[in-house]
Structures are given as C-alpha cells and as structure tokens.
Design a protein around this ligand. Sequence first.
Ligand code: NAP
Length: 302
Amino acid sequence: MAQIIDGKALAAAQYEQMRLEIDSLEQKYGRRPGLWAVIVGEDPASQVYVRNKENAARKVGLAGEVLRLPESTTQDELLALLARLNADERVDGILLQLPLPAHINKDAAIAAIAPDKDVDGYAGMKQGLTARAGCIAPCTPRACIQLIKSTGIPIEGKHALVVGRGELVGKPVATLLLNENATVTIAHSRTRGLREIALTADIIVAAVGRPSVVTGDMVKPGAIVIDVGINRTPEGKIVGDVDFEAACLNAGYITPVPGGVGPMTIAMLIRNTLDCYLQSISQNNYTFNYDNISFPYTKGEV
Ligand code: NAP
C-alpha cells in the first residue's frame, strides 16, 4: 500500500522554514523579500488563486501587495505598470495572474516581466531556459520535484514518465527531471502503449487534465506517482489524472488530489520570490530606506 505524500503538510513545513528565513534576511539586509501580484479583471477562479497566494505571502511575512486592475485595463497600461514594477527595487517577484482579458496579448505581457523577477518562471519556460541551472523554475514543475525528493528516493538514474506535454507543466517538469539526471519519457495523446511504458517507470508525473488517464495497472510496484491533474467529476468532486485508490495498491508513494501538488505549487511561488531576492541582494548591495517601504503583508499563523 502506497505512502501518501502529504503536499499540505510539506508546504506548511516549507512556510515555517521560509518565515524564519525571511525574518533573518530582513535582519541581515534591512528589507523583506517583496512579491507584487497583478490581476486584471474579475475571473472568479483567478480571484481565488490570487487570494490563496496572498494568504501564503502573508503567512511567511513577505512585503508586497496585490494590484487589482479593472477588466478595461489596456495593454499599454498593463505594460507600463509592469515596467514600473521591473524598475522598483522593493519588488523581487512579479506574479501576473493568468488568464488575461482577451484584448491583452498574453505573450507580450509575460515578455514584459523582467526575467529576474518572473517568479512564475514563464520567461524561462518560453525560452526553454529551465534547462539552465540557476534559472527560475516554474512553480508547479518545481513542486513536483520537491514532492518526489520528499520521499528520500534519489531521482538520478531513474526512469521518469511524464504524461502530458503541456507548456505549463509537462514540458518543464520533464526538463527539471532531466536536470536531476532521470531518464525521461514524455507521453501525450498520440502515444501508443502507454500502459507498457508506464510499467517500466520508477516515477510517473501525470499532467493531462483527464480523470483516470493513469490506471492502477499502469503503476509499477513501488513507483512514485505525482498527480498534477485537477478535474471536476459530474458529481462535483475534484480528482486528479490518476485512479488514486487502484494506484495506491501498487505505488510506493503517491500524491492525493486535492492536497498534493496544489499546496506545494504555492509554496514554490514563495520560494521563487526568496530566490529572486537573494539573487538581487547578491548583485546590488544597496541599502534600503525603511521608511519608504510598505509592508502590507502582516505575519500570520502558519
Ligand atoms: P495542457 O497544456 O492541456 O496539456 C495536457 C497534455 O495532456 C497534452 O500534452 C495532451 O497531449 C495530453 N493528453 C491528453 N489526453 C491524453 C491521453 N489520453 N493520454 C496521454 N496524454 C494526454 O494542460 P496543462 O496546462 O499542462 O495542465 C494539465 C493538468 O494539470 C490540468 O488538469 C491542470 O488543471 C492541472 N494543473 C494543476 C496545477 C496544480 O497546481 N496542481 C497547476 C497547473 C496545471 P497532446 O499534446 O497530444 O494534446
């Protein structure tokens, strides 16, 4: 029977660690890492996602704020705001919540974020830069790697199967697994013999967006199964891409949905912000004027 990888508990531990780190960074460098989130329009799901990220930022005591722009915001206005945030030394990370309204060119907006403040790792993803060490890794793929590492089983030399070749998850997670020296197979909708391939995999990452793409009989005994998928059943239940109960019988470790990759993804957003801060501190050794810095995030419960 598989051990459950508890993404919620692992994320909580990360928050506690980062909260302490942020306190000591403030003492050492005179300012807290700052995350600025930009959301355009009223998309209800995006509002929830941003609120969850805001809560996480508050938990660890980041500086920053959420800039809520009306649906009518023009592309030029958004690009001008991003340029201001790029130039602002208090801003370590810029989070641009997607989707954007249809009249704004998403690629142009993403390209307008300074790569060294791009905490979602979009820029690196676009240019295939996740392959380069030291580049900001996108949050969900980074979360997958953390969850695999939490098992204590080395990734190096393992056969990892990534099901899904999406730009946001499948492709970058495959690159990160390669960086960890796994031997990586990427499957997609045209792949033949998925079950046979899966049965040779020590690690399976499912990032498709369809329930039960990975069934229990596809899982090699002892394999690590990371389920990225988020699907709503006709009954309104949230499930992943993996047939969880059946996969538990064969897997060594498995992430649940919800409570696996999702919570860890947000923790990785905060971790990316810390990384951007440390990078900026090591490059520009500037002194900050405390009085000019606002800290709208107050420290809360972890
Ligand atoms: P995506 O860009 O639509 O990619 C889906 C991939 O699945 C495509 O490459 C597609 O193949 C492949 N696919 C479709 N049917 C398949 C099948 N029967 N067998 C094998 N592969 C198949 O989706 P995404 O943005 O990567 O997201 C994937 C899932 O992850 C979604 O459920 C999304 O909600 C979830 N997600 C979760 C988080 C989180 O924080 N937990 C974050 C991001 C995304 P083709 O390329 O051939 O079409």
